[in-house]
Structures are given as C-alpha cells and as structure tokens.
Design a protein around this ligand. Structure first.
Ligand SMILES: Nc1ncnc2c1ncn2[C@@H]1O[C@H](COP(=O)(O)OP(=O)(O)O)[C@@H](O)[C@H]1O
Ligand SMILES: [Mg+2]
Length: 255
C-alpha cells in the first residue's frame, strides 16, 4: 500500500530485457522508498540494473511486475512528472546553454520569453552566468553537468532522479560538485533518488543508501546514514563514515 509521505515507492519491481531470443533478467523484486525531503542513493556495480530502475521510476519503461507510486498515487505506464537526469545524452550539442536549459519548460508549454527568463534567473545559482550563449562543447565537464542539473531542477516536481551525474568527472571536480549539490538541495528542497557506483559518494550525500547486487539486481542492504548536516568534506575521515564504508564494502563482497 502507498505510504503517506513517500515521494516514490517501488514494490517488488522485476524486469527482463528481451533481445533476439535471449531473456536477460535485470531487476528481481526491488522495493524501495524515497521519503519527503530525503536523499536516497542506489549504489551498485555496473550492469546491476540501476539505470533501468531509474527509467522505470521516471515512467519511461514499464516493468514486468511490481508497482510504482509517486506521491502516493500509482503510476501506470505514462511518463511521470519528475525531474529525471539520464546517464547520457544530457545536452543537445547544437543548442546553446540557454536553449538547452529552456527545453523542459518549452515542452511543458511555457512561452519562449518566460522559459529563457526562468533559466537566466538560475544561471548564477548554478555557476553558469555569462555562459548562456555557449555550446556544450565549449563548457567544461563540470559545467555541463551543472547545466543538466539546472534543467532537471526546472521541472517543478518534488522528486529528482539523478543517474550517475558525476561519474565521468575527475575526482576533484566530482568532490566539488557533490558539495555544491548539497547546497543546491538545501535551497530547492527536493527529494532525490541518486544512482552511483561510488561508496564514498553514496555515504557523503545520502540520508539512506540501498545497495543493489549484480544482475539480476536485488536490494541486498539498506543503510541509514546518520551523519549531521550540513556536511563538510572532512566528514569522510570520521569513524562513523569509515564504519559505513566497511559495511557497504562487506556487502559488495558477499553478493
Ligand atoms: N535496452 C536494453 N536492451 C537489452 N539489454 C539492456 C538494455 N539496457 C540495458 N541492458 C542490459 O541490462 C543490464 C543492466 O543495465 P543498466 O540498467 O544500464 O545497469 P547499470 O545502470 O547498473 O549499469 C546490463 O546487462 C545491460 O547490458
Ligand atoms: Mg547505469
């Protein structure tokens, strides 16, 4: 049953890809929830079905079995109104930063002028002021990811689904963007389901972490991260952080 206060609830979601005559089981009875205002990570190895699960949560893919609830209402088939940031193909190379940013608003029926002014307002918050006329290839990796996040935040929905947004960045840029994301969220107050294969990233960012096994993905551990907020970078050396890390590493080995 749908729980009150759950932004997202998945119940026993299973799915299989069919290609040629091969059946590839990808998710095996996955259940998870994201509460109001909660930052939840889905952590697991490459190929475990994380992106598939996010597409299902975004309503882009229909699972073979299981139920999905958004804000307490069951989702059936059609694309849900959530802020979904896919793992790839984030920005159109032939559109400027401003045009890329305005796309979801235009798609939602906003006028060109309004869309552009709403994107412009957010540019300073995302550290992109002055770059509105740039094309994606003219931006650094970190800037491209911030632009894609800006676009996701523009979708006025309480839930953001982020698929490894920082995975392709160098370590320093990645750490900076993690801190920056926490700042952004304290301003925009969204619930987040965040996909990553980095244990450190999951612990640093999250209120709760689900660990998913190798394909077919099953939830093998759920861990509440009780580290105070706001979190500074130094938290990664705290004994409690280390203890969480050991726990999660252990469950990766076991399964
Ligand atoms: N559209 C598809 N058709 C067939 N197999 C797919 C498709 N998308 C993903 N897969 C396979 O499903 C498995 C899980 O993929 P994915 O959800 O992308 O995992 P992750 O995001 O955890 O790396 C992988 O083995 C992948 O090759
Ligand atoms: Mg993936």
């Amino acid at each position: 049953m749908a729980e009150p206060n759950a932004r997202l609830l998945l119940e026993d979601v299973s799915t299989t890809y069919l290609s040629d005559s091969l059946r590839l089981p990808v998710l095996d009875k996955v259940s998870l929830r994201v509460g109001e205002g909660e930052f939840v990570s889905l952590l697991g190895p490459s190929g475990s079905g994380k992106s598939t699960l996010l597409k299902i949560a975004a309503g882009l893919l229909k699972p073979d079995a299981g139920r999905i609830f958004l804000n307490g209402a069951e989702v059936s088939g059609r694309a849900a109104k959530v802020g979904y940031m896919p793992q790839q193909d984030l920005l159109f190379p032939w559109k400027t930063l401003l045009q890329n940013g305005a796309l979801p608003l235009l798609a939602a029926g906003a006028g060109k002028k309004e869309a552009r002014s709403r994107v412009s307002e957010l540019l300073p918050v995302f550290g992109l002021e002055g770059f509105e006329g740039y094309y994606p290839r003219q931006l650094s990796g970190g800037m491209r990811q911030r632009a894609a996040l800006l676009r996701t935040v523009l979708i006025e929905s309480g839930l953001m689904l982020l698929d490894e947004p920082f995975a392709a960045l160098d370590a320093l840029t990645r750490e900076k963007l993690q801190e920056w994301l926490l700042g952004i969220l304290s301003r925009f107050k969204r619930s987040v389901l965040f996909v990553t294969h980095s244990i450190d990233e999951a612990i640093y960012l999250s209120d709760r972490v689900y660990m998913i096994s190798d394909r077919p993905g099953k939830i093998v551990q759920e861990l509440s991260i009780e580290l105070p907020r706001p979190r500074s970078r130094t938290v990664v050396t705290a004994p409690r952080f280390m203890a969480y890390k050991e726990l999660l590493m252990g469950s990766l080995d076991l399964h």
